[in-house]
Design a protein around this ligand. Structure first.
Ligand code: NAX
Ligand code: K
Length: 507
């Protein structure tokens, strides 16, 4: 049986909406599936009681109530408060307009106890109190509701997850509904299959609710849930990421600057460019936001390796490649730096660095961001044109190298060797030079916001593509990579939760 975590489910749900399947439709399908299963399993039950929490699990419960009412059942509802979120609230209001459906709101254990005869009245009880949104120890009146449902003789049908059970681990901290039937949605929540969960879950039915399979592959707004953009009120400089960019040469000075600026725009505190002297001085001249460390000579060479390795100690992520070139000792120096750092420091390798890394194995958190030509240089293989074949080739090479590979293209393909994501944002206007450097900066920045490099790369590709789309909406095919930089904050703010959390209690 295929399983899914509650976080993966949250992501798929948001990405389904992005793909054009509204969440209200998913909720409708979920609630209808619960009703259908009740009618099938308990055809002779005539009285149904739904106990609904204030989240979307309760929302599913209200939908089920509508369908059972339409099927001619006598239905009552105990609401543990008025729903706060829009979708559940809409279904709650719709239930209140039904003729003959009695709704009682019980927000305390006492109010629930007064409704005990409703629990005894029912032939079937729908448990729509808590689903994948359960957090921490049970609060009231939820704890009492679970206890009273378990005392009632009628069989319980759990919506998605028996309330009180951890959907990811199957653990029951306090108490949980002992269901006769659990109707879960899309895929089995992981915790439902834990051996200890069996006595709560009862019979398990998995119902599709219209989430397209693409919603688990395509990068969308849901994927931001893997990244932490919040800041504590007592944050200090450096807490939100320090990125070291190793790039540039006599010939190229702009590339590492684009990487650093993109990382800053995406929300790191510090981005430092370590570059050969001519590129470092040019970088400094490119604006007050850039700190540059000059490396003696016109290009990266073996004599710089020690310096870079010790400098890297003070950073959270190292991005290497843009503008380095492939002349002289540079490829040897790249390989040496890579060997010293891989497994010890999260790394992003791009551009000329990729050409030097053929045959190298990566360890720890490492992301490669090749375009088709660099992929060939890195692996010896031309990426196939068909998406399915491309996905498979990227997955195989990611697995054998031990890195996340983000293959740029019309559709970006991202894999860590087992999982695969595909990004569809972007525009042909982005073929202009430098957009890949911006992407590298985004990946580096996002590696400071998650421990999941696949998702850091996936969200980076998504943001980069949308920044390009927004710039092109204004300037058409006349954008430059710098235009993307200005669009990054707006794109991130559209999708990320950027709240300020309370100061830590530690001094
Ligand atoms: N893909 C999805 O995520 C879908 C979710 N749906 C339903 O939505 C559910 C998830 O909805 P939500 O994220 O709103 O979460 P829930 O409805 O599971 O729970 C959140 C509510 O419970 C309260 N709560 C959380 N922990 C508590 C505790 N320990 N004690 C007391 N109260 C607590 C919260 O304050 C909030 O009101 C799923 O289980 C499923 O039933 C479906 O509508 C369709 C698709
Ligand atoms: K439930």
């Amino acid at each position: 049986m295929e399983v899914i975590t509650s976080l993966e489910m949250y992501v798929a749900d948001r990405n389904a909406e992005w793909l054009g399947v509204p969440r209200l439709v998913l909720m409708e399908n979920a609630g209808a599936a619960v009703a259908r299963n009740i009618l099938k399993k308990y055809p002779h039950a005539s009285r149904v009681l739904a106990v609904c929490g204030t989240g979307d699990n309760g929302g599913d419960g209200y939908v089920a109530v509508r369908h059972l009412h339409a099927a001619g059942k006598e239905v009552r509802v105990i609401a543990l408060g008025e729903p706060r979120e829009e979708l559940a609230a809409r279904n709650y209001q719709a239930v209140k307009r039904l003729w003959g459906v009695e709704v009682a709101v019980a927000q305390s254990p006492l109010e629930l106890l007064a409704l005990q005869d409703w629990l005894m009245w029912a032939d079937v009880i729908i448990d729509a109190v808590l689903g994948t949104g359960i957090r921490g120890a049970l609060r009231e009146p939820h704890a009492t509701a679970i206890e009273l449902m378990n005392i009632a003789p009628a069989p319980k049908v759990a919506v998605d997850v028996p309330s009180g059970l951890d959907p990811d681990t199957g653990e029951v901290r306090d108490k949980a509904v002992k269901a006769a039937l659990t109707v879960t949605f899309h895929k089995a929540k992981k915790g439902l299959l834990a051996p200890s969960a069996a006595r709560y879950v009862g019979e398990l039915v998995v119902e599709p609710i219209g989430i397209p399979p693409e919603a688990e592959v395509v990068v969308g707004p849901g994927d931001f849930a893997y990244l932490n953009f919040s800041r504590r009120a007592d944050s200090k400089k450096g807490d939100h990421g320090r990125v070291l960019v190793v790039g540039g040469s006599l010939e190229y000075s702009g590339a590492p600057v684009l990487v650093a600026k993109a990382a800053l725009r995406a929300g790191v505190d510090l981005a430092v460019v370590a570059a050969p002297e001519p590129a470092a001085y040019a970088a400094k001249a490119m604006g007050p936001d850039i700190i540059a460390v000059p490396l003696e000579g016109p290009r990266l060479s073996l004599k710089h390796v020690d310096r870079i390795a010790s400098l890297a100690e003070r950073f959270d992520v190292v991005a290497i490649g843009p503008g380095l070139g492939t002349e002289g000792e540079t490829p040897d120096a790249v390989r040496e730096i890579f060997r010293r750092l891989t497994g010890r420091k999260p790394l992003v390798a791009d551009a000329d660095a990729l050409k030097a890394l053929r045959g190298e194995k990566a360890a720890g958190i490492t992301v490669y961001t090749p375009h088709a030509g660099e992929f060939k240089a890195l692996t010896g293989v031309d990426p196939p044109h068909g998406l399915r074949e491309r996905v498979e080739v990227v997955r195989q090479h990611a697995s054998s190298i031990g890195a996340v590979i983000l293959l740029k293209g019309r559709y970006d393909v991202i894999s860590d060797g087992s999982r695969v994501k595909v990004n569809t944002t972007g525009t042909p206007a982005m073929t202009v030079g430098g957009t890949g450097d911006v992407l590298t900066g985004l990946v580096a920045s996002f590696l400071t916001k998650t421990t999941n490099p696949l998702e850091a790369a996936a969200v980076a590709a998504f943001v980069n593509g949308l920044a390009g789309e927004e710039a092109a909406a204004q300037l058409g095919f006349h954008i430059t990579a710098s235009d993307l930089l200005d669009k990054i904050p707006g794109v991130i703010r559209k999708f990320a939760r950027e709240d300020v959390t309370p100061a830590s209690s530690r001094a």
